[in-house]
Design a protein around this ligand. Structure first.
Ligand SMILES: [Zn+2]
Ligand SMILES: [Zn+2]
Length: 387
């Protein structure tokens, strides 16, 4: 069966590249995927697939298979682009200045639609009903996953699968059981002191030195307060203070991100970081403020789903195509579906230049047929409940 599915994916590879290139040339930012969504809806209609539009913003939901049968399994592709200027020269490069598909979401959609085409002829005979989720706004919190769930996208679903391109060679699949992507939180801290002449720091309260102490303390939290076997990263990425070389400012503003793989480490580090920001400036008579904006958890792959996927890759692509990957430091709002269903996020090899969020991001389109065939094969298997 898998050999036939792969052959079918090969036959439609040109169509998938055309879809991907159309999206690549016409990228849209998170929450603004108006034309992307309309284009995808048009394609589904042409193929005779009933679907619901406007789900959680510009999301689309389609139930594939016999009418009236409610699916238990779903696959999801995200569709938004990034606010980064593309720097590679390709015939179908982005036509929108400063916006580009540099996380491969154009390929995710093309692979999902390829799976739809393959599944169309096979559901019924070889599998049960399957749901397609085309999701907007993955890149920007609060994210499209949560909004789609609120709009009922997961009703009746117990397992959701997604692909993400990565820099493995084409034809290889990155698999992992357990935590596969990091939780993502964005924090802002403000230290309030009292500005004065840099020559007389004793007449004011220097917030810069206090902020420096906080930044150092953050690194100590990571290295000294949590179990070293549990990974986490606490990075201050933006620091803003002062205007003149000889005047100490009133305030310092800092922004950064916490990445972790377990809910306990995440909660613990956020609580400790907040305490440092609020308490440390008080030692000197200053004040600290702390806010965390909506993030999301870590994607935790269900062991049974990961095993089914590994067996499928072995059967269809060979043992050497299964690559056991370590946890990845990037975040995915796919994690939000985990509150309602078992998850599986698979990384699919798109060649060594597929470096996510880089201006030079370039994927090998060979990934499209491999991803589409894998998704179709896996969804058929899961829909029959044979994991
Ligand atoms: Zn991304
Ligand atoms: Zn992405």
């Amino acid at each position: 069966m898998l050999a036939e599915i792969r052959a079918e994916a090969e036959r439609i590879a040109g169509d998938l590249a055309a879809i991907r290139r159309h999206l690549h040339q016409n990228p849209e930012l998170s929450y603004k995927e108006v034309n992307t969504s309309a284009y995808l809806s048009r394609l589904l209609s042409e193929w005779g697939i009933k679907h619901r539009i406007g789900v959680g913003g510009h999301g689309i939901v389609a139930d594939l298979g016999p009418a009236g049968k409610s699916p238990k399994v779903a696959f999801r592709a995200d569709m938004d682009a990034l606010p980064i200027q593309e720097q590679v020269q390709i015939p179908f490069c982005s036509t929108v200045p400063g916006v580009a598909h540099l996380c491969g979401h154009d390929a995710h959609v093309a692979m999902a639609l390829g799976a739809v085409r393959i599944l169309q002829n096979r559901i019924g005979a070889e599998g049960e009903a399957i749901r397609l989720l085309l999701q907007p706004a993955e890149e920007l919190p609060p994210g499209g996953a949560e909004a789609m769930i609120r709009d009922g996208a997961l009703a009746g679903i117990d397992s959701v699968v997604a692909l993400h391109v990565c820099d493995l060679p084409v034809g290889q699949f990155g698999l992992r059981s357990g935590a596969v992507t990091a939780s993502v939180d964005r924090f802002q801290a403000q230290v309030k002191g009292r500005g004065c002449h840099g020559a007389n720091p004793h007449l004011g309260l220097d917030p810069i030195v206090i902020a420096a102490g906080i930044i150092q303390a953050f690194q100590t939290l990571v290295s000294r307060t949590k179990d070293p076997r549990e990974p986490a990263v606490l990075s201050v990425c933006r620091v803003e203070a002062g205007q003149q070389y000889n005047i100490l400012p009133d305030t310092v503003t800092m922004e950064g991100t916490l990445r972790a793989f377990s809910p306990k480490v995440r909660e613990d580090l956020l609580a400790r970081a907040e305490r440092v920001v609020r308490d440390y400036p008080r030692l000197f008579g200053g004040e600290g403020e702390w806010t965390v904006s909506a993030g999301h958890g870590s994607v935790v792959n269900d062991p049974a789903l990961a095993l089914t996927a590994a067996r499928l890759v072995e059967e269809g692509w060979g043992k050497e195509a299964v690559v056991e990957i370590p946890p990845q430091n990037f975040g995915e709002d796919f994690a939000n579906y985990g509150d309602k269903a078992r998850l599986l996020l698979v990384l699919v090899g798109a060649g060594p230049a597929a470096v996510l969020h880089s201006p030079g991001f370039l994927l090998d389109e060979g990934v499209l047929k491999e991803g589409a065939a894998f998704l179709a094969g896996l969804m058929l298997r899961l829909s029959r409940g044979s994991d």
